[in-house]
Every structure is written in C-alpha cells, then in structure tokens.
Design a protein around this ligand. Structure first.
Ligand SMILES: Nc1ncnc2c1ncn2[C@@H]1O[C@H](COP(=O)(O)OP(=O)(O)OP(=O)(O)O)[C@@H](O)[C@H]1O
Ligand SMILES: [Mg+2]
Length: 261
C-alpha cells in the first residue's frame, strides 16, 4: 500500500486551511509616517482579490509584506501558514518558488537582456534544463504579446513593454500564488484588455490564488472575485465584486470620482 507524508494540518478547521494570506492587525510605519494601521485582510485559495485605493495608501507596501520584503512592526502576516515576520531564509526561498510577483515598476535587471530577465526565477530556483527554460521563456513572452524581443535590453523597451516582460517573469515558474501590482499601468487600452483577459484565464486554472492592485474598473470587472478598498492603511470597504461595485459607500464614490477610468 502506498504511504504518503501528510503535510496538511488536519487539526485545523477546513475554512482555516483555505486561507492563503492573512494580515492580522498589521501596522507598519516609516519614520513617523504610519502606512499600515491595523490592517486585517484575508485571501482565500483559488480567489482573485483586487485591492483598490488612493495613491500612497499602502497597497504596494501590503504586497511587499506578502513577499517577505518587509516585516510588520506589529501584528502578523501569514502566507500558507508561515509567519512572514519570523520565516527562515530557506523556508522563504521555498515559498517564493510557488509565488510570482509583478512589481509596480516591473523591476527588471538593467544589465540582463529580456531572455535572461524572464529566465531568472527558473535559473535561480529550479534545476530545469536550459533548452526547456528557453522554450518556456518564449512561450511566456508570446502570452504577453511580446515575441521577438529576447535580445533587447530593458533600456530599449517602453514602460508598457517592461511591464509585460515583468509579467512574463512573474508567470515563468507557473506559480500557485500570483501578486500583480498595477498590471495595466502604462498600457494602451487594447493591450490592457488582453492582460486582463490573461489574468482571468490564468485564474481559471486549478487553485491559482491572485492578488491584483489596480485603479482600473475595467480590470476589476474582468478579474475580480472580491474587492477591498484600502485607505490610510486599513480596509474601509470589502465585498464580492458585484456588491462592491454597486456600493454607495462614500469613500468608494469619492475614490471612483477621483479616478480616471
Ligand atoms: N521603503 C520605504 N521607505 C520609506 N517610505 C516608504 C517605503 N515604501 C513605501 N513608503 C511610503 O509608504 C506610503 C505607502 O506607499 P505605497 O507604495 O504602498 O503606496 P501605494 O498605495 O502603492 O500608492 P500608489 O497607488 O501610488 O502606487 C507612501 O507614503 C510611501 O512613500
Ligand atoms: Mg503602489
């Protein structure tokens, strides 16, 4: 008979196991500036959570806590059950193998060409053969509508192209948890719509969990299951997509009134 090592904690209630990311009363300040102010947030397995909110309100800082690039001053961030304030480097590396992230500014490495930028997570984290890596790189660049730019350097690309190369890199390991910081910023409407469709298609695959930061309603409509409005480091409104969009909450109306979508 086959024996398996069970890694799931069977003592936890089912709903507990389905939480992929949890922020519990998380505060973070830089100098005297409070950025996250008692943030509570959960992301459930298989869902796409969209985070909206005014500029400077802590959206990117929130994602940086999930990746383990920032630690809370107080409160707790857990990702797949790991306390990100205490996680050991080896566990963090393992966790990141299953996590893809697109930074707001794409964060490409200036001295590497597009091929090497996109291949980086595979070369750093896997033993994949070089032939297979190159095939994957080309497939992901096709997916973001950027064939034939393998040898270009980041400085030769437009902002929108850099963003899409960053997206190809985020997807290259085929992660189960994907974090997108403003995936449409700087893209023309047609490409923006195709990136939204791509995010939606990826999410249809089994058990992909996504967090998307955006200020575009077109993106919310295409990709979201649930939406939160963040303001001054706290969630001020939260709901399933349709409920959220139908809400007459004054902070939402003001936010939408101020945005250009
Ligand atoms: N490493 C850092 N050091 C100091 N201050 C920081 C740092 N990172 C972020 N901040 C500050 O934290 C606040 C929130 O920043 P964050 O990047 O999370 O905003 P945001 O909601 O993503 O805004 P935007 O919509 O403009 O991207 C800002 O005032 C920012 O200047
Ligand atoms: Mg940001």
């Amino acid at each position: 008979m086959e024996t398996r090592t069970e890694t799931v904690d069977r003592s936890a209630p089912a709903a507990e196991r389905d939480v992929v990311i949890r922020f519990e009363n998380v505060s973070k300040r830089f100098g005297s500036k409070v950025v996250l102010d008692g943030l509570n947030l959960e992301v459930f397995r298989g869902e796409t959570l969209v985070i909206m909110g005014p500029s400077g309100t802590g959206k990117s800082v929130t994602l940086r806590h999930v990746i383990g690039l920032m630690k809370p001053d107080s409160g707790r961030v857990t990702v797949e059950g790991h306390d990100m304030g205490k996680i050991r480097p080896k566990e963090l590396a393992e966790l990141r193998r299953n996590m893809g992230y697109l930074f707001q500014d794409a964060a490409l490495i200036n001295w590497l060409n597009v091929r090497d930028n996109v291949a980086l997570p595979l070369r750093e984290n896997t033993d994949m053969e070089e032939d297979e890596i190159l095939q994957r790189v080309e497939a992901k660049l096709d997916l973001v509508h950027l064939p034939d730019i393998l040898d270009k350097m980041p400085s030769e690309l437009s902002g929108g192209m850099r963003k899409r190369v960053g997206l190809a890199r985020a997807l290259i390991t085929e992660p189960k948890l994907i974090l997108y910081d403003e995936p449409n910023a700087g893209l023309d409407p047609e490409i923006s719509a195709s990136i939204n469709a791509l995010i939606r298609d990826i999410q249809k695959q089994l058990e992909i969990t996504s967090v998307v930061i955006t200020h575009l309603l077109s993106c919310v409509r295409t990709v979201a299951n649930r939406v939160v409005l963040l303001e001054k480091g706290k969630v001020v409104l939260e709901g399933k997509k349709d409920e959220f969009l139908a809400s007459k909450h004054p902070r939402l109306l003001q936010f939408l009134g101020d945005s250009d979508d």
